[in-house]
Design a protein around this ligand. Structure first.
Ligand code: HEM
Ligand SMILES: *[C@@H]1O[C@H](CO)[C@@H](O)[C@H](O)[C@H]1NC(C)=O
Ligand SMILES: *[C@@H]1O[C@H](CO)[C@@H](O)[C@H](O)[C@H]1NC(C)=O
Ligand SMILES: *[C@@H]1O[C@H](CO)[C@@H](O)[C@H](O)[C@H]1NC(C)=O
Ligand SMILES: *[C@@H]1O[C@H](CO)[C@@H](O)[C@H](O)[C@H]1NC(C)=O
Length: 327
């Protein structure tokens, strides 16, 4: 994949974009064309600068965007700080270690300097995520991003429950959560490929290593040699300061290796392993080992995820001045 022709990729992305214009309704290509023509350029420049000093930023933002879109839609509600006594989304239990908030603040303030009150935090998150993940493949955006989202004004930690899947979820729960968002089982499998980059804390999977059923046993669906390796990384009880790669030895590269290790029973979470527990999803896991197929599929599913319950038009939401606070 590394050597692929950029023109072929552009054509692929473009046709994906055309095909999805319908699905994405009100979102459009380059929404700020007239109101802030430099917006996408500034976002990309700042993002590239930030990734250079923090190579993990792509993974951090990708997870942040996922958590944003699955709770009240892609409205940047995940970015809001708690005000008063009602805890915001980012305080909820599954936030465990969400990062990237400071990067969004920096990008937003550089955009505001040029176009004040024009570009939404929700669009900045979507664009910066794409740019950060694409950075190691300079000049080769991994997926197209449509824009025109507005920012929500509500963020409640209680809304997180039941909308963000847990690493202990089985197939049926995962399927249900994705279907509630208008995403299919295929989208579930394809987007789980986001775990090709980034890291996880030991506590999210250590039960599989030490005490799967409460009898001091390991999860039989986890490769025993890989479980041995993970036990050397993660002593029992789980140390909250330790993280491991989700896609071993390939966690910095956005490739299809996640689907290969999955078929070797080396998926890190029960929710990863669960993708093998259904005939049609496990067939898709095998197909997605093909890098080109993974690449084009991921782009298509990201367009769908990035359009979940978006606020658009002039009467919905607002354009926040600061991403952590409503105006
Ligand atoms: C299918 C259900 C999913 C579950 C149960 C799940 C669960 C998790 C968990 C538990 C972590 C580790 C958090 C930590 O310990 O710090 C994680 C990390 C991550 N997830 Fe997911 N996830 C799911 C789907 C997705 C999707 C759809 C995406 C994006 C397309 C995604 C992208 C990521 C990324 C990039 C990381 C690494 C973050 C970092 O390195 O900071 N995940 N996920
Ligand atoms: C995540 O939630 C916990 C409470 O469960 C809170 O203490 C922590 O500050 C939150 N993390 C972020 C990044 O807001
Ligand atoms: C394993 O789980 C059981 C039941 O939850 C608990 O009583 C026991 O202390 C755990 N053992 C270890 C080694 O964590
Ligand atoms: C998948 O199915 C196997 C049995 O075929 C079962 O042992 C395992 O617990 C299931 N895994 C998940 C995550 O549901
Ligand atoms: C697998 O998932 C598909 C799609 O949700 C469903 O139609 C099918 O019944 C499932 N098969 C099994 C064996 O659970």
């Amino acid at each position: 994949m590394r050597a692929s022709n950029p023109i072929v990729i552009s054509v692929l992305l473009f046709s994906t974009l055309l095909a999805l214009q319908v699905v994405n309704g009100a979102l459009v290509n380059n929404f700020y064309r007239r109101t802030c023509p430099l917006a996408e350029r500034i976002i990309q420049d700042v993002t590239f600068r930030l990734v250079r000093s923090n190579p993990g930023l792509g993974a951090q933002l990708l997870r942040l965007q996922f958590h944003d879109c699955f709770v009240r839609g892609c409205d940047a509600s995940i970015l809001l700080d708690t005000v008063g006594t009602n805890p915001s989304e980012k305080e909820a239990r599954p936030n465990l270690s969400l990062l990237g908030f400071d990067a969004i603040d920096q990008i937003k303030s550089e955009v505001e300097r040029v176009c004040s009150g024009v570009v939404s935090c929700a669009d900045i998150l979507a664009l910066a995520t794409r740019d950060a993940v694409s950075f190691p493949f300079k000049n080769r955006p991994r997926w197209p991003v449509l824009t025109g989202r507005r920012d929500g004004t509500i963020s409640r930690s209680s809304d997180v429950t039941g909308n963000i899947p847990s690493p202990f979820s089985g197939f049926d729960t995962l399927k249900q959560i994705f279907e509630k968002k208008g995403l299919t089982v295929s989208d579930l499998v394809i987007l789980s490929g986001g775990h090709t980059i980034g890291v996880a804390h030991c506590g999210t999977f250590s039960r599989r290593l030490y005490n799967f059923t409460g009898k001091g046993d390991a999860d039989p669906s986890l490769d025993p040699k890989y479980a041995n390796f993970l036990r050397t990384k993660c002593p029992n009880p789980a140390d909250p300061s330790i993280t491991v790669e989700m896609d071993p030895r390939s966690s910095a590269s956005f490739d299809s290796n996640y689907f290969k290790i999955l078929t070797q029973n080396k998926g890190l979470f029960q929710s990863d392993a669960a993708l093998l527990n259904n005939t049609s999803s496990s067939r898709l896991v095998r197909s997605l080992q093909n890098p080109r197929f993974f690449s084009s599929s991921f782009a298509r599913s990201m367009l769908k995820m990035a359009a979940i319950e978006v606020l658009t038009g002039n009467n919905n939401g607002e354009i926040r001045k600061r991403c952590r606070f409503v105006n």
